[in-house]
Design a protein around this ligand. Structure first.
Ligand SMILES: *Cc1c(COP(=O)(O)O)cnc(C)c1O
Ligand SMILES: [Zn+2]
Length: 432
């Protein structure tokens, strides 16, 4: 693999930097991203070529920064895009679809996509140790894929992460460093470590610091898959949860590339960003018609999205506003209700970030920013089994009964007499 021509380019001054583990332009201190030679790619790719390959992210290999000779060892991605008619009926959309990265492999979040592309490059840059600052899912994915690739992993997290995300990192044998502070503190420390390689070491490949431009390209595969799964068409609207703001900008880049390469017909797509109200620097700026992103101190159960100073906030804001989209945010009770709504309506169990997406979509439909007959895709990015702690007080532990028919009949009778109205009201109260 590794057949494309690509290199780093400054997002602001346009200077190119070849391929190296670097994320900031030395001349103007703006972020770098990967640019491709699209003219040379155009005759070499087609819908048929991609469709003829195995269903995973590597089928789009020409559009990813993969070093020469790279051989993937895991079939990452190509998650289901499913119609969501029952959820749609509940929140007011007749053409609602779920892109279900709650079942992304190997670690049940969309972060598997970005890590796969980052690690492909870590090896070729000569790193034998990879690292990251993480709000949880990235930690799981780096730890798992490093184990798979025989790389050492150092993972830095805020100390208050969900137990399942901590255990789901340790089990892979990664070194886990818990930091007393927010993600933004953790990330600043990691930038310092990445800048000053520890003495006697070759330095570490931080997937979301010095390898960030390569990592970020992995998110484009969500966009390619959605277009292919819609029959090489683009949706009218897409709702995307935002932490650092990278995913939403990269889905936009993916759609733009598909249009540029003639793989889909040009079509405006509105981008909608979703955040938790307790950490909403991007949606707050958009709602105030401001182009300045004010950093926040996160306080929300949606810990995977709890980045108070989003690295790609400006680019996310620009992508959303230019597309004619919007952003909203939801309270913690609305996040829990969003999780329950999706689970009960469609049988999909998402984590808090997915609750944010569902709750935000509901709000946007109520505001008539998303219309019922438009094709709308919700990006569900993580799995509910990792954040069960937020549901702990939502369900009662049923009292056990004896394995006797009479007991079951008594149980049914008691149930019929007791519950209905109060329970139904409680589960929808947050949206009232
Ligand atoms: C990291 C993450 C996001 C957001 O990613 P950004 O690219 O930083 O905006 C969304 N959902 C989940 C579950 C995540 O772990
Ligand atoms: Zn520059």
């Amino acid at each position: 693999m590794g057949t494309s021509t690509y290199e780093l380019r400054c997002r602001e001054c346009g200077k190119t930097w070849g391929n190296q583990p670097r994320s900031i332009c030395e001349d103007c201190f703006s972020p770098l991203e990967i640019t491709y030679d699209y003219d040379s790619l155009r005759p070499r790719i087609s819908r048929e070529l991609f469709a003829s390959r195995a269903p995973n992210i590597w089928r789009y290999r020409e559009l990813l920064p993969l070093p020469a000779g790279f051989q993937p060892s895991l079939p990452v991605g190509f998650t289901p895009l499913v119609g969501a008619p029952r959820l749609g009926a509940k929140i007011g959309s007749r053409r609602l679809l779920i892109k279900n990265d709650a079942v992304c492999l190997p670690t049940l979040s969309f972060k598997d996509r970005v890590v796969a592309v980052a690690l492909a490059n870590a090896r070729s840059f000569g790193f034998d140790t990879v690292a990251c600052s993480s709000t949880g899912n990235l930690a799981n994915s780096v730890a798992a894929q490093a184990a798979r690739e025989g790389l050492k992993a150092w993972i830095f997290i805020p100390s208050d992460l969900e137990p399942a995300k901590i255990l789901g990192t340790q089990v892979f044998g990664a070194e886990l460093v818990r930091i007393n502070g927010s993600y933004d503190h953790v990330n600043r420390l990691c930038s310092q470590i990445a800048d000053e390689p520890l003495s006697g070491e070759r330095g570490w490949g931080f997937v979301n610091v010095n390898l960030r431009p390569y990592y970020a390209e992995g998110s484009k595969t969500v966009g390619y898959e959605i277009a292919e799964q819609l029959g090489w068409r683009l949706p009218d609207n897409i709702v995307v949860p935002m932490a650092g703001g990278s995913l939403i900008t990269k889905i936009k880049k993916a759609f733009d590339e598909l249009i540029l390469l003639g793989l889909v017909d040009p079509k405006p797509v509105k981008f909608f960003g979703a955040q938790a109200s307790g950490c909403s620097p991007i949606s707050t700026a958009i709602k105030q018609y401001s182009s300045e992103i004010e950093p926040q101190r996160p306080k929300t159960i949606a810990r995977s999205l709890a980045i108070g100073n989003p690295a790609d906030g400006h680019y996310a804001l620009r992508a959303i506003t230019k597309s004619g989209g919007w952003a909203e945010d939801v309270s913690d009770p609305e996040v829990v209700s969003g999780i329950q709504l999706l689970a009960e309506a469609e049988g999909i169990f998402t984590e808090t970030a997915g609750g944010v997406t569902v709750g935000t979509a509901r709000k946007l439909i109520q505001q008539d920013r998303i219309l019922p007959d438009e094709t709308t895709v919700l990006c569900i990015t993580g799995n509910g089994l990792k954040t069960t702690d937020v549901l702990a007080d939502q369900y009662q532990a049923e009292t056990p009964i004896a394995p006797k028919l009479a007991e079951f009949e008594a149980y049914l009778a008691a149930k019929a007499g007791a519950l209905p109205a109060a329970v139904a009201a409680a589960s929808t109260a947050a949206f009232a």
